[in-house]
Ligand binder design. Structure first.
Ligand code: PLP
Length: 390
């Protein structure tokens, strides 16, 4: 009997912790359990491990260790960057410029600031999900205090012209934040090259543990303290450090950023087999996101007349873990804000499938998906109620 296959293609949602990372973390749960703030050798060991990790994160993004602040993940880093940069500039202005396709960690943070009286511009994107740097320039008002545009999109994989957008912000002497959560390990990230003043990172998106991340804060960039309490993180983010998590983040970023071109080429080859193979086998299919300015691991395709969640359930029954852009609840059928912003008609947006590859995926995994997907779409289309509406 054939063993049930198990194919994980949802690496944009989370990644497994690499064995080397888990091994590096383990002693900090047990024999090296010290609190870095205490004054004995056990504590010093933990403190040194935190500083070593800080150095690794800094080296991976071209920063200095003093510019790296550990957080509880990407969401906290985005919240701190946006709320902290806005609060400290309250007297200067109340206008924030971001894009319509940001992660909810940015969008909902901006929406919460709107309730406090800030004004936010959510820039539109083109059909491929790209932000036009000229549109950033036009949107900036005299009251603008922050520009925040993500480096690469988690749903459709589109990579933004970050350097050009940062230059526009700097021409107006406005700080620039980027959510680089999907970019780390996918392509080289250098804070100077990009022009980032603030940059958010999350460990679990590149082989590290969940609940650990970092905010890069360029030296001299003003920002408020996010968590009040002890003097950890040089008084700017209080709370006893998540030492095992931080150690894991440091080891994971080191591994993820070694030989990026080689690893990206291998993953992009699998991506391209899916991007070519799916429409070859299934009619009425379109690729979401940019054809070339795209994360090496991202495939996002829309199938007309089917429901994304139904595709996921049938894929799951065959051992394939994937994701969809259509958030279907019993009460509503809301297509993703990203696909909608790209101008996708609802009958396409509802039937979107995201496959995001990782290092453990193989050509066999790709073959398997290409083998099972056409039958799934055919069966769903045969029973589709969307078909009549379209
Ligand atoms: C996953 C993700 C986040 C949130 O990071 P967490 O560590 O899960 O809080 C933010 N932005 C993007 C683009 C993401 O993909």
């Amino acid at each position: 009997m054939e063993r049930r296959r198990s194919v994980y293609m949802d690496h944009a949602a989370t990644t497994p912790v690499r064995p080397e990372v888990a091994r590096a973390m383990l002693p900090y749960f047990s024999e090296r359990f010290g609190n870095p703030s205490s004054l004995y050798s056990l504590a010093r060991e933990a403190e040194e491990a935190v500083e070593e990790a800080r150095g690794r994160v800094a080296a991976a993004i071209g920063a200095s260790p003093e510019e790296v602040f550990f957080t509880s993940g990407g969401t906290e880093a985005d919240n701190w960057a946006i709320k902290g940069a806005a609060a400290v500039r309250q007297k200067k202005g109340d206008h924030i410029v971001t894009s319509a396709i940001e992660h909810h960690a940015v969008l909902h943070t901006c929406q919460s600031l709107e309730k406090q009286g800030y004004r936010v511009t959510y820039l539109p994107v083109d059909g491929y999900g790209r932000v036009d740097p000229a549109a950033v320039d036009e949107a900036i008002t005299d009251a603008a205090i922050l520009v925040s545009v993500m480096a690469a999109n988690n749903e459709i994989g589109t990579i933004q012209p970050i350097k050009a957008i940062a230059e526009v912000a700097h021409d107006h002497t406005i700080p620039f934040h980027t959510d680089a959560v999907q970019a780390i390990g996918a392509f080289p990230v250098d804070v100077d090259e990009m022009g980032a003043d603030l940059l958010a990172i999350s460990a679990h998106k590149f082989g590290g543990p969940k609940g650990t991340g970092a905010l890069y804060i360029r030296r001299g960039t003003r920002i408020t303290t996010f968590m009040h309490g002890g003097a950890q993180e040089r008084g700017r983010r209080a709370g006893t450090e998540n030492v095992p998590g931080i150690v894991g983040l440091g080891r994971a970023i080191e591994l993820a950023t070694a030989d990026i071109p080689g690893k990206a080429a291998r993953i992009a080859a699998m991506r391209d087999r899916l991007i070519r193979g799916i429409p070859d086998a299934i009619p009425d299919t379109r690729l979401n996101g940019h054809p070339t300015e795209r994360l090496a691991n991202n495939v996002n395709v829309a199938f007309r007349y089917v429901e994304g969640e139904s595709i996921l359930l049938m894929l799951d029954a065959l051992g394939v873990a994937a994701s969809t852009g259509s958030a279907c609840t019993s009460a509503s059928l809301d297509p993703s804000h990203v696909l909608t912003a790209c101008g996708l008609p609802p009958e396409h947006a509802h039937g979107s499938l995201r496959l995001t590859l990782g290092h453990a995926n193989t050509d066999d995994d790709v073959d398997y998906v290409l083998e099972v997907l056409p039958g799934i779409i055919e069966r769903l289309r045969a029973i589709s109620s969307l078909r009549g509406e379209a």
